[in-house]
Design a protein around this ligand. Structure first.
Ligand code: IPD
Ligand code: CA
Ligand code: CA
Length: 266
C-alpha cells in the first residue's frame, strides 16, 4: 500500500514542480508574512492549491497539514505533510535551490515521502520498509565515520531570527568538520543526508512540513534522526539532528557541549 501512496506523492510533486518552474520564469509576486524576511510568493500558493486539491481528489477524507494553511484537519488517521515550495527565499532570488516536499503519515508512522527539485530534475523518494531512492536508484547514507572528516549542513529560521542560537553551533561545527553548507531548503538538505552528499544535518524550529519527507528518506537510507538529548525526533520538535548514524553520537556530544554554553530556546 505504501507503494501506491508513494506513486501518488511522486506524481503530485512532479506536477507541482511544473507549476514552480512556470512561476520561476515569470516576474515575481512577493508578499511578506511578517517582517521583510518571511516571504510568500504566488508560486507557494499555486503549488499548494494544486497539491491540496489533488490529494483531496485521490484520498478524500485524509487530513492535510500544508504550510500556507489551505490543508484540512479531519478525523482521519492519515495525514499528508506538504511544503509546496521549500526554499522560498532562494526561489525569490532566483537561486535554483528549491523543492516540493510531500509525505504521508498514518498516525505517527511515516509511510511515503517525495522531495522534488524541478530545476535540477532531482527526485528523492522513500516508502516505509521499501528503502529510499534518488531518481529511481536506491540510495544509502554515507560511510564517513568521524565528525572531523564529515560534510555537514544546517539552516537558519526566517522568523524570530535573533532568537536562534544557531550561529554558535554553525561556528563550532564548521571548525570541527570539513565544513557546514547552508543551502536554504531543509527538505532537500535532509534528502542529501539520505543520499550521502552530506553526513549530518541539524536545525532548530523546523515545522512538520519541512521535515516529514526527509525524516523517512533518512530512516529508509539507513541513517538516524533524533534530538540533541538522544531521544527519537518528534515531528515539529524544537531541534532535529539527522545523520548517517556513524557520526551521530559525536555530533550529539558537540551539540550538547555548545548547548551548555548557548541554551536552545524552548
Ligand atoms: C525554510 C527552509 C530553510 C530553513 C527554514 C525554513 P521555506 O522553509 O527550509 O532551509 O532554514 O527554517 O523555514 O519557508 O522556504 O518553506
Ligand atoms: Ca514553504
Ligand atoms: Ca520549508
Amino acid at each position: 500500500m505504501s507503494k501506491n501512496y508513494l506513486q501518488a506523492a511522486v506524481e503530485i510533486a512532479q506536477e507541482a514542480g511544473k507549476i514552480l518552474m512556470e512561476e520561476f520564469s515569470r516576474p515575481l509576486n512577493i508578499r511578506y508574512k511578517g517582517d521583510e524576511v518571511d516571504l510568500v510568493t504566488q508560486a507557494d500558493q499555486r503549488s499548494e492549491q494544486f497539491i491540496v486539491s489533488r490529494i483531496n481528489q485521490s484520498f478524500p477524507g485524509h487530513a492535510i497539514t500544508a504550510e500556507e494553511g489551505t490543508g484540512q484537519d479531519t478525523a482521519s488517521e492519515f495525514r499528508w505533510h506538504v511544503d509546496p515550495l521549500d526554499g522560498t527565499t532562494n526561489f525569490a532570488h532566483h537561486y535554483p535551490c528549491f523543492c516540493v516536499s510531500i509525505a504521508l503519515a498514518e498516525r505517527d508512522t511515516l509511510l511515503a515521502a517525495a522531495v522534488f527539485n524541478p530545476y535540477y530534475n532531482e527526485l528523492y523518494t522513500a516508502a516505509r520498509g521499501e528503502g529510499a531512492a534518488f531518481n529511481g536508484k536506491k540510495i544509502a547514507v554515507s560511510k564517513v565515520a568521524t565528525l572531523g572528516t564529515s560534510l555537514l549542513c544546517t539552516g537558519f529560521p526566517t522568523r524570530n531570527r535573533k532568537l536562534s542560537p544557531n550561529l554558535q553551533y554553525y561556528g563550532e561545527f564548521t571548525q570541527r568538520s570539513h565544513g557546514v553548507r547552508r543551502d536554504g531548503y531543509a527538505a532537500l538538505d535532509l534528502a542529501c543526508v539520505a543520499s550521502g552528499r552530506f553526513d549530518g544535518f541539524w536545525e532548530f524550529g523546523l515545522n512538520k512540513w519541512d521535515v516529514a519527507a526527509g525524516v523517512l528518506l533518512i530512516e529508509e537510507a539507513g541513517g538516524k534522526v533524533g534530538d540533541f538529548e538522544g531521544k527519537p525526533y518528534q515531528l515539529g520538535g524544537p531541534v532535529i539532528l539527522a545523520t548517517n548514524a556513524l557520526i551521530h553520537e559525536e555530533m550529539r556530544a558537540v551539540a550538547l557541549e555548545i548547548s551548555r554554553r548557548a541554551p536552545a530556546p524552548r
